[in-house]
Ligand binder design. Structure first.
Ligand code: SF4
Length: 789
């Protein structure tokens, strides 16, 4: 499977067998996404495939974790009591390195600041059989592409841009830590099949039209008109086909494809879908270019994006030392490309020959503009025209090709004696890229033109940027080759107008220092006073002399690891080993207090805030001090202010929860619609359980959060009659009755005792299945896992 894991092999035979079974069941051509997903079904013959209802139980090939999310994932895995991970897994130290002065010094500082986190991850990885990529090794997705992704792989990663691996033909999906723990523990992983397959062919449609036609088609479909076309319809994540025709050339690059698609579909248009690229234009894109496109698919909400196996992937596999994988992939090529005649839910066509360079932003990655128009648009909107900083690199755009094309522009400027007008930073995606661009002279050119080469890490892309050239609140413009540009993401300054574009265009803007520069038509002025025009960028797809691996930054887990001690200091502020949650005592849960009755929207951000709290991700007790501090209390319309019913005083939500726990009083949260929407962060479920919560009773749940609550041994329950939400008062005592005969599909009852002595009962629904009920009884899914060993 990888040169680092000689003992693990790719099972294309198994995937082929699974696909054949499902193909017989469905009797119709399959998209590539379907082939890869069905190729990883736990039980292809018995798996219920029922539209809009069932969850596919899948067996991913591997797991990848970045250092920020790996902390809680590994802590949970440790508490499962399992001796080793069940599938090949890796940890990557990339998110915690702050850009300040330059690669070497910044890396050294990060190693000192994060020493205990790195030590914990390194020792936990060694103990439990996980590959560990040290700080300085590079960004998770670039390392996965270089070493672990392959055509047909199903990989899950605890980071939203895991789909980057789709550039090498894999279905790679970003998940929360709890999902990663399941897969590492050998439990099948669930992916919902949320939408009905209907067939439409919409060429170059914009979002409004597509939405309208899709609605119309769904309506027709419900009326049965499509029945004859699809006698064996299956439910699957909606598959959006992007058909590419023509050829990329000149200033246009792969990034422009996804910037264009983001403009069409918007940040919500790909929600819950897999985006599948196909068509004759695919062959004009390098493998790393395809990865750029898949990477940024996260910005349109896509579950993942994927390209079909082709000769560009084969070349990349060979250049990265994986010729054997390419040979086997050739043998199974039929399973690694879509079937002739397969149907997509929606098709967008992009003609690469007509595509123009794009730049998206500010503040949102779907606000697409042709580069030729951005100057005028910025002027009209009052966005600062002066480009303060140009930043290239990140997991999205840090390939050898990207760096080479950027360097080709820098070289033209240097030849004229011109340097960047704006500040300019370069983030190599991996140690291998850094060493190779240094050997081949690109790093020197980029430095000579005024650039600063930063550490091989996320840096400014995730806000790890000690920016000093503007004050907080000062309006300014930056241009990056990253993927996200939401408010304050890069530098914590809400007044920074961040735009995303290709590395080539970033370089051109850094040279010109203004958004009103159009490199295709405008001239730069050399110090001599002479005008010159930049020629379109050029660069080798891959290094002709092969990659220079650079420093060895990988730690392989030892064969014998039982004596490895996992390094967690009991006095640590940032790390804490998890204690197993208590088992259910076999009785109904009686007289619980209402910690908070939440009014309106309550996302996982409201439940477990991010920002400064992220440093406590590995310390459950410390991070629990953010529990529900963003939720609105219906009693007083205030945040983080609830009445302690034992003392009569008001306090912060976590403080009151801690008081109840210390006094042996169980509590519940009452919530509104779609409780727990947003990211899948598992802390939003761990924290209420840690502080003594037993049930979350709401009008409706976001599905992933509901499952996460079940995994931690809580009871996520919904009002059978949503208006019963109105019956709950802040000073009520609530008992959950019926737990002794807890069974799938059988409602429970809440007995509500009001402070005035009156009492009433309401019916509560749940979605627990048999397995999940065992989680509740054991105290958590991990406890149950331990019981079964
Ligand atoms: S470089 Fe940016 S987008 Fe990529 S993994 Fe790091 S933070 Fe995420």
């Amino acid at each position: 499977m990888s040169r680092f894991e000689p003992g693990s092999s790719i099972s294309y035979e198994k995937m082929h067998e699974n696909i054949s079974i499902v193909r017989r069941r469905l009797s119709r051509p399959l998209t590539l996404s379907e082939k890869i997903v069905y190729g990883h079904l736990d039980d292809p013959a018995g798996q219920e495939i029922d539209r809009g209802r069932t969850y596919l139980r899948l067996r991913p090939d591997r797991v990848a974790m970045q250092d920020a999310t790996a902390q809680m994932a590994m802590l949970q895995f440790i508490s499962s009591g399992l001796p080793k991970v069940a599938v090949p897994s890796t940890i990557h130290c990339d998110h915690l390195i702050e850009a300040q002065v330059g690669g070497v010094q910044d890396l050294q500082r990060a190693k000192e600041i994060n020493e205990e986190v790195y030590n914990f991850l390194a020792t936990a990885a060694a103990r439990y059989g996980v590959g560990f990529w040290k700080p300085g090794s590079g960004i998770i997705h670039q390392i996965i592409l270089e070493n672990y992704a392959y055509p047909g792989v199903m990989l899950i990663g605890t980071d939203s841009h895991t789909p980057n691996g789709g550039g090498l033909g894999g279905v790679c999906i970003g998940v929360g830590g709890a999902d990663a723990v399941d897969v590492m523990a050998g439990i099948p992983w669930e992916l919902k099949c949320p939408k009905v397959c209907i067939s439409l062919c919409l060429i170059s449609l914009d979002h409004i039209i597509s939405t309208f036609i899709l609605s119309l088609a769904t309506f027709l479909h419900k009326g049965g008109l499509f029945y004859k076309c699809f006698p064996a319809r299956v439910v699957f994540p909606q598959v959006i086909g992007v058909r590419l025709t023509g050829t990329l050339s000149g200033w246009t690059s792969p990034k422009d494809i996804i910037l264009k698609v983001a403009g069409i579909l918007t940040v919500k248009g790909g929600t819950g879908a897999i985006v599948e690229y196909h068509g004759p234009g695919v062959d004009s894109i390098s493998c790393t270019g395809m990865a750029t496109i898949c990477n940024m698919g996260a910005e349109i909400g896509a579950t993942t994006s994927v390209f079909p196996y082709n000769h560009r992937m084969k070349t990349y596999l060979k250049k990265t030392g994986r010729e054997e994988i390419a040979s086997v992939a050739d043998e199974f090529k039929e399973d690694l490309v879509p079937d002739e005649g397969c149907e997509y839910d929606q098709v967008i066509e992009v003609n690469l020959s007509e595509l123009k360079p794009h730049i998206n932003g500010p503040f949102t990655p779907d606000l697409a503009h042709p580069v030729s128009e951005i100057g005028a648009v910025a002027k009209k909107n009052g966005w600062p025209l002066e480009v303060k900083v140009g930043l290239i690199g990140s997991c999205t755009n840090s390939s050898y090709e990207d760096m080479g094309r950027a360097a080709s522009l820098a070289k033209q400027a240097l030849d004229q004696g011109l340097k960047c007008k704006a500040q300019f930073t370069i983030t190599p995606g991996s140690e291998q890229i850094r060493a190779t661009i240094e050997r081949d002279g690109y790093a020197k050119i980029l430095s000579d033109v005024g650039g600063v080469v930063l550490a091989n890490a996320c840096g400014p892309c995730i806000g790890q940027w000690d920016r000093r050239d503007v004050k907080k609140g000062e309006k300014n413009t930056i241009v990056t080759s990253f993927n996200r540009n939401f408010t304050a993401r890069n530098d914590a300054n809400p007044a920074t107008h961040a735009f995303v574009t290709s590395p080539e265009i970033v370089t051109a803007f850094a040279l010109a220092g203004t958004l009103s520069f159009n490199p295709e038509t405008d001239y730069l002025i050399a110090p001599s006073g002479e005008k010159f025009k930049l020629e379109p960028p050029t660069g080798d797809e891959l290094p002709s002399r092969g990659f220079d691996p650079g420093q060895d930054t990988y730690q392989h887990p030892p064969a014998e690891s039982s004596s490895v001690k996992v390094d967690v200091s009991p006095s640590s502020n940032r790390l804490q080993l998890l204690e197993p949650f208590d088992k259910w005592n076999g009785k109904d849960l009686e007289n619980m207090r209402v910690l908070i009755k939440v009014k309106g929207k309550c996302t996982t951000d409201h439940i477990s805030a991010a920002g400064p709290w992220l440093k406590f991700r590995g310390h459950l007790d410390n991070i629990s001090n953010n529990l529900l501090i963003g939720a609105v209390n219906i009693e007083n319309n205030a945040v983080n202010k609830v009445k302690n019913q034992l003392t009569g005083e008001y306090g912060g939500v976590p403080d009151v929860a801690r008081f109840y726990r210390a006094n042996g009083v169980n509590w519940v949260v009452v919530g509104d619609e779609n409780y727990g929407e947003g990211s899948s962060r598992e802390h939003a479920a761990l924290e209420p359980r840690h502080l003594g919560g037993r049930a979350i009773i709401v009008k409706s749940f976001a599905r992933i959060h509901e499952t996460n609550l079940k995994k931690q041994g809580l009871l996520p329950l919904t009002f059978a009659n949503p208006s019963d939400y109105d019956k709950i008062r802040p000073d009520d005592k609530i008992s959950i009755i019926g737990l002794k005969s807890f069974a799938p599909g059988k409602p429970l009852t809440a007995v509500i005792k009001h402070a005035d002595g009156s009492e009433e009962s309401v019916s509560l629904n749940h979605t627990f299945n048999e397995t999940q009920i065992e989680w509740f009884k054991a105290g958590s899914a991990l406890n149950r896992m331990k019981e079964l060993q």
